[in-house]
Design a protein around this ligand. Structure first.
Ligand code: CA
Length: 226
């Protein structure tokens, strides 16, 4: 595999790189978050080993930016503190797995191998086909039978975000930040209104949504259950 290692501590960065090279991988190693994003976007990697605490740009933000551009890229987070908060934060930012420092060589290699074996979940996401409807995200239209609705860029963003995170519930605040580019709980009503409009275009019966599901007290999910 081609592995990108983002770790600011030189001895650890070199140690991890040597370990991975010894396991047959091709390694590129950088020492801060900005370099991590730039290298991760400029080249193609099969896996990123990403430290959480990094200079210039935090590991969670590196993860978020890489994930936004490369949804299927596996990311293994290195967390220093080992607190549950950091683990949950790392995973919620899109990391696939984490190891807590200090870790053994055996543990790191096992996680790297496990992530490398995983089937890629990436899709071009130009088109989502669901029962009775085709959502063409590239052309920004929904076709359901002979009914054709156009989508706004923001609606395309909502569909993409929910679809790419369909394994979990997406909060209103998250949609607000990631798709609307805004922060603050006061505006979350705007998310609800946008979802209501979007459902009229996507859903067979907007009163009984089957695609964008409301999860009480939590947010929205792309059809959690069938
Ligand atoms: Ca660090």
């Amino acid at each position: 595999m081609r592995v990108l290692v983002v770790e600011d501590e030189p001895s650890l960065r070199e140690g991890i790189s040597d370990l991975l090279r010894g396991d047959g991988h091709t390694v590129t190693a950088v020492g801060d978050g900005i370099a991590g994003v730039e290298t991760g976007l400029a080249e193609t990697f099969d896996l990123v080993v990403l430290d959480l605490m990094l200079p210039r740009l935090d590991g969670t933000e590196v993860c978020r930016r890489l994930r936004a551009a490369r949804p299927g890229l596996p990311i293994l987070m290195l967390t220093a503190m080992g607190s549950e908060d950091d683990k949950v934060r790392g995973l919620s930012e899109g990391a696939d797995d984490y190891v807590t420092k200090p870790f053994s060589a055996r543990e790191l290699l096992a996680r790297v191998r496990a992530l490398g074996r995983r089937e890629p979940v990436t899709e071009s996401l130009d088109e989502v086909v669901v029962e009775g409807a085709t959502i063409d995200l590239a052309r920004m239209v929904v076709v359901r039978g002979d009914q054709r609705s156009t989508l706004t860029p923001r609606e395309v963003g909502i569909v993409r975000w929910l679809y790419q995170h369909q394994d979990r519930v997406v909060t209103r605040a998250e949609l607000l930040e990631q798709v609307f580019g805004q922060r603050g709980d006061l505006q979350t009503r705007a998310v609800d209104m946008a979802i209501a409009v979007l459902r009229k275009k996507l859903e067979l019966d907007p009163a009984k949504p089957q695609l964008i599901i409301s999860v009480k007290g939590a947010g929205y999910a792309w059809r959690l259950e069938r």
